[in-house]
Design a protein around this ligand. Structure first.
Ligand code: SF4
Length: 607
């Protein structure tokens, strides 16, 4: 049955604009032509950001925009439809940024009636935004300023008078504009990468609290969508990855896989395997600290691992995690060989509201700088020392001493210390835990991902590590696959669906469910074309900021220093083959040889 009413099927139908300069909140209709062209989530968020954010705006100026978006799938019966995305210009990289988080916040934003929330300006004093369906208020948050994230969430829920409210907030690091601070909800779910916390902090916006009514949802064909959702849950339960691997081990399963492949970055990217990996892998996590698996709203996979440290100096730590990326960043890069200590570092980062990937990279970089006599904190820094790592992160989050220098991330610290040749980042974003010298698809992905070194735009590592593709090949088929996966994930991030469910959501299913949600007949080819437009729009944003081919290369060390030992010994990102991959990628994307989209997507401002 197709339901048509005055609201746009498949959408909440409204965009909320919060002007913190004037303390005014206004609503506008989601424009059907924009929804059709950009779907929602990433597409809508990127469209709004590109339309509204004046090129070369300082990300921390009041004029910058902070956009939170849901997608047509959010809060529906579809499995894993529990994520929101944030879109902004990054204070860490100075370019386009996107980041996503699960938990329970996103469905409430949709049920409250909003496809996106645009935040602009700067409040004179700290505030938080309360959205209770139609009722929208800015509330004072002086009493919350300085508080950690868990406490902030608790206090706001209490003030709202109902546990039904969901809260996304920043911690003290975001307030102090640490460039890799993040947005945290459900205590441990984070929109982690690129500095969303600092952008909110610069606007004096401590948190967003939201409550919606789950009956307030408008879907073109709800009955058939429910039937499809049941079918998709069956698919997820029949797939080994989502039925066994993620529920049992979560993302830490990648420790063994990457280490075996010689792709586990270790000792600040000097090595690609870690002899003591069994102290920090998924089996160790299960044996020592796991309490139970945990799921985001509407997810049958439950990849989250709720853990408690029961004994030793970190006894009492409770955290959902550590995820693989946190284990790599502190375990591999900083060589911290204790899953309990990594859980403690994870807990610290979540409380302060900082991204664990960049945090681990910054600590390891600081250790190297310390060893070279370029950084002189009041205490000794060394590998395998969780307590000095914690102390260092403490002064970074408080911006004290050398912490002030490191609060801008690896790129800015390396410039200040004249250690740019040592620094590992792409476009200012520190990489996740896949050594691109051993995984050439990831090399291309790091180079071309719009937000900088990122594992989530194409996630080609799954094919490279899964045995279906030679990890060292740089052939055109691999480039084609990087682009195709990036396109598919662009659609999943626009709808928004969790990419861990990627095996269930093939192109035909994505087209079918988008049709059922919106009532518009979509085909897989139409979706692929929409994905291309969205990717081009993200690149257009960056081109406006001065990004071109020169910025798509990997850091010097990864292109000149072969992996010295282990399973991938000798592997390197060679410039000639990397250039060939770039050329092919640009050709497939219809970008010119300098990496500029030839057909630029339309970016008229929304009324
Ligand atoms: S697979 Fe994991 S991250 Fe994805 S929705 Fe489920 S619990 Fe959340």
């Amino acid at each position: 049955m197709i339901v048509m009413n005055d609201r746009l099927p498949g959408y909440a139908g409204q965009i909320l604009r919060v002007d913190l300069d004037s303390h005014r909140c206004t609503k506008s209709r989601t424009r059907p032509e924009v929804a059709k062209k950009y779907l929602g989530g990433k597409g809508l968020g990127t469209y709004l950001l590109t339309s509204e954010c004046v090129p070369l705006t300082n990300p921390l100026d009041p004029g910058s925009r902070f956009i939170i978006a849901t997608g047509p799938a959010t809060g529906t019966s579809l499995p894993t439809a529990s994520r929101y995305g944030v879109f902004f210009k990054s204070p860490l990289t100075g370019i386009y940024a996107e980041s996503y988080s699960g938990g329970k916040v996103a469905p409430h934003i949709r049920w409250a009636g909003y496809d996106a929330i645009i935040v602009q300006g700067r409040a004179a004093k700290p505030v938080y935004l309360l959205v209770d369906a139609d009722r929208v208020e800015l509330r004072r948050a002086d009493h919350l300023w300085g508080r950690e994230t868990y406490e902030t969430e608790d206090v706001i829920k209490e003030e709202c008078g109902s546990p039904e409210f969901e809260v996304a907030c920043i911690g003290p690091a975001g307030e102090r504009l640490v460039a890799f601070s993040c947005l945290v909800n459900d205590y441990w779910r984070c929109a982690g990468r690129s500095g969303a916390g600092a952008v909110m902090g610069s606007k004096n916006l401590k948190a967003i609290a939201v409550r919606g009514d789950r009956n307030n949802i408008n879907i073109a064909d709800e009955e058939r969508l429910r039937a499809l959702s049941r079918e998709l849950v069956k698919r997820l339960r029949n797939d080994r990855l989502t039925a066994e691997v993620f529920p049992k081990f979560g993302t830490p399963v990648m420790v063994n896989i990457n280490n075996l492949a010689g792709a586990f970055p270790t000792r600040y990217w000097h090595e690609a395997h870690y002899d003591e990996y069994e102290m920090i892998n998924a089996e160790r996590l299960r044996e020592k600290i796991l309490v139970r698996s945990k799921a985001c709203w509407g997810c049958p996979i439950a990849c989250g691992k709720y853990c408690e440290v029961k004994d030793g100096k970190y006894a009492g730590v409770k955290v959902e995690g550590p995820e693989y990326e946190t284990i790599y960043a502190f375990g591999g890069l900083c060589q911290i060989n204790s899953i309990e200590a990594i859980a403690k570092l994870n807990d610290f980062c979540d409380r302060q509201g900082i991204d664990t990937i960049t945090a681990g990279n910054v600590v390891a970089f600081a250790i190297e700088a310390f060893e070279r006599g370029k950084l002189r904190p009041e205490f000794k820094l060394s590998y395998s020392d969780p307590d000095s790592a914690l102390r260092l992160l403490g002064i970074i989050c408080r911006r004290e001493g050398v912490g002030r220098l490191l609060a801008g991330g690896v790129r800015s610290a390396s410039k200040a210390m004249n250690l740019e040749d040592l620094a590992i980042h792409v476009k200012g974003l520190e990489p996740p835990g896949y050594d691109p010298r051993a995984l050439k698809g990831m090399a291309l992905s790091y180079g071309t991902s719009t937000r900088g070194a990122c594992h989530l735009r194409s996630s080609i590592y799954a094919a490279e590590l899964g045995g279906s593709m030679n990890p060292l090949s740089t052939d055109t088929e691999k480039v084609r696959l990087v682009k195709e996966w990036e396109d598919k994930f662009t659609i999943m991030d626009s709808l928004i669906l969790c990419r861990f469910a990627r095996n269930a959501y093939d192109w035909n299913i994505l087209a079918e469910l988008t049709t059922l949600l919106t009532g518009i007949e979509y085909t897989d080819r139409m979706l692929a074309s929409i994905a291309e437009d969205i990717v081009n729009l993200t690149r257009t944003f960056n081109v406006r900021e001065g990004i071109s081919r020169k910025d798509d290369y990997l850091p010097k060390r990864l292109m000149t220093e072969p992996i010295p030992s282990g399973p991938s010994r000798g592997a390197l990102v060679e410039k000639s083959s990397f250039d060939q991959m770039l050329d092919e990628y640009y050709r497939l994307r219809r970008w010119d040889p300098d990496g500029r989209p030839i057909a630029r997507a339309e970016t008229k401002p929304i009324e």
